[in-house]
Design a protein around this ligand. Structure first.
Ligand SMILES: [Zn+2]
Length: 163
């Protein structure tokens, strides 16, 4: 019989639908795993409000872990917890490093607001590390990201916005 920690390990095999290099645990989405009686309750906090990926995450968890729960004759339920709200602070340094390797500039708390207003920022290019970057569009490939371009290497990249 699996313990809550075992279920957390299994959750680490579920990638974030928008950022497949990070799993849902690394994203800081998973709030708790409880195993009362014959059920397994996984509580997750949506990242960006209204982000269409959120339903996908709950479905992905259900699809991947539901059958495993069934092997133990248990039912798995994914519940959404909205408070406290998810923040990019919940991404740890390892997760941010993975983001950057994947080509997405990780959130920079201090300069985020300025950056999104198109002002100079600390957001550096994930390709060549240059800080000479500019905002192209507030919305990148998804609403969670802003679209940037590097003035040094000319590569476009996504910036993961802070919330
Ligand atoms: Zn660059």
């Amino acid at each position: 019989m699996r313990s809550p920690n075992d279920w957390v390990s299994l959750l680490e095999t579920v990638p974030d639908p928008e950022i497949p290099v990070l799993n849902v645990v690394e994203m800081g989405i998973v709030r708790s795993v409880e195993c009362p009686g014959n059920s397994i309750i996984i509580k997750i906090t949506p990242t960006y409000m209204g982000c269409p990926a959120m339903d996908a995450i709950a479905d992905d968890i259900q699809a991947k872990l539901g059958p495993i729960a069934m092997e133990e004759s248990k039912t798995l339920r994914v519940e959404l917890v909205y408070s406290p709200a998810w923040t990019t602070d919940w991404l740890d340094d390892a997760a941010k490093a993975k983001l950057e390797k994947y080509g997405i500039a990780p959130p920079v708390k201090t300069s985020d607001k300025r950056a999104l207003q198109g002002e100079p920022s600390e957001i550096h290019c994930p390709h060549c590390k240059s800080k000479d970057t500019r905002l192209v569009s507030l919305f990148g490939s998804t609403a969670c990201k802003a679209h940037y371009q590097c003035n040094s290497c000319s590569e476009p990249f996504d910036y993961f916005k802070c919330i």
